[in-house]
Design a protein around this ligand. Structure first.
Ligand code: SP5
Ligand code: ZN
Length: 349
């Protein structure tokens, strides 16, 4: 299978995050991508390449140009303001803040602008964040191009991840929504509908938001029930799309401790929707933070199930653009991704 990766991810090094009042070392580290790369290189059945620059246009197709411009200049503005450490807001624009007073405009100070363009405090901007996020989008676009060129599947080793980034918001360790950028690119190049299957432990609030009113992009997600799991405010099963996109969002939230059988049952339901949606390409947001030892999640999946998962997804009969999202258990991260991809390769026949 073809694999796209960029060493530029290493310029993005988030240092710390605050979990419910505790300052902890950040879990979304460069070592994650290094582990995945090492596991794929070790196998010998993967063909690696670097991405082709695609410019900002395919990113502006799914994101507010204001968000992109902000991410590009945020670090410089933070430094110019004499702030120390990583760029993190202390206040975010909760809708209640201006309730009944009309929409606020983008503020001018860097700390306020951070709070205007993000929804939480666990996604710091550093010196190399923008370059890494742009490279990750190029990785996803290049994998999409390989599939558009006839490959049955391609894997985009994206870092930072993307599925929490909405049209006008970054957050959830995500800055630009790599999977959404790839899906929109495929829609525009083929004129066909495209399914996005999100298998990260966390609900992909960003991808759902971007395509919520779109009849031509199906968003199907299997994830930890937001009743207990980040991002808490989206991913409930009653969220099914709106307007022209009514019925093209499908959420399958799962209970804590979810094991292999319950997970595969939900996956089969998700795949039924993918099959009936049409189109010849599907984008998979692959997070392996569903693994039983993942430090920030609470499913109980075995290592072996990743191969079966990949096999079943490939058997749905779509060409696959597989985009890396989360997964934080470093000792198994690479091998779980490898299992998934080898399963998919087997399922594609
Ligand atoms: C791409 C992706 O997987 N983003 C996930 C962002 C989740 N950030 C919130 C982490 C909260 C961790 N709570 C830890 C509980 C440990 N028992
Ligand atoms: Zn996740």
């Amino acid at each position: 299978m073809r694999v796209v990766h960029s060493p530029i991810h290493g310029l993005h090094v988030p240092r710390t995050e605050v979990w419910t009042g505790r300052l902890v070392p950040h879990v979304e580290t460069p070592e994650r991508a290094e582990r995945i790369l090492a596991a794929l290189e070790e196998d010998g059945s993967f063909e690696l390449r670097e991405p082709t620059p695609h410019g900002v246009e395919p990113i502006e197709a799914v994101h507010d140009p204001g968000l992109i411009a902000f991410l590009e200049e945020a670090w410089e503005a933070w430094e110019a303001a004499g702030e120390e450490g990583e760029a993190v807001p202390d206040t975010v624009l909760h809708p209640g803040l201006r309730a009944g007073m009309g929409e606020g405009r983008e503020p001018s100070s860097i700390v306020a602008r951070l709070g205007y363009w993000t929804f939480e405090t666990m996604t710091p901007v550093g010196a190399g964040t923008y370059r890494a996020a742009r490279a990750a989008a190029d990785v996803a676009l290049t994998a999409a191009d390989l599939v558009l060129g006839g490959e049955p599947a391609a894997y985009a080793l994206c870092r930072p991840p993307g599925h929490h980034a909405a049209r006008s918001l970054f957050g959830g360790y995500c800055y630009l929504n790599n999977a959404a950028v790839a899906a929109e690119h495929v829609v525009r190049r083929t004129g066909e509908p495209v399914a996005v299957l999100d298998l990260d432990y966390h609900h992909g609030n960003g991808t759902q938001q971007i395509f919520y009113e779109r009849p031509d992009v199906l968003y199907v997600s299997v994830h930890g029930d937001p009743a207990r799991a980040y991002p808490y405010f989206t991913g409930f099963d009653e969220e099914t799309g709106a307007g022209a996109g009514a019925g093209t969002t499908v959420n399958l939230p799962l209970a804590p401790g979810c094991g292999d059988p319950a997970y595969l049952e939900a996956l089969d339901r998700a795949l039924e929707r993918v099959r009936s949606f049409g189109g010849s390409v599907a984008v998979v947001s692959l997070g392996v933070d569903t693994y039983r030892e993942d430090p920030i999640c609470d499913f109980a999946l075995s290592a072996e199930v990743y191969e079966e998962m990949g096999r079943r997804v490939a058997a749905a009969g779509r060409r696959l653009v597989v985009v890396q999202e989360g997964g934080y258990h470093l000792p198994t991260l690479g091998t779980n991704v490898r299992r998934w991809l080898l399963g998919a390769a087997a399922g594609l026949g």
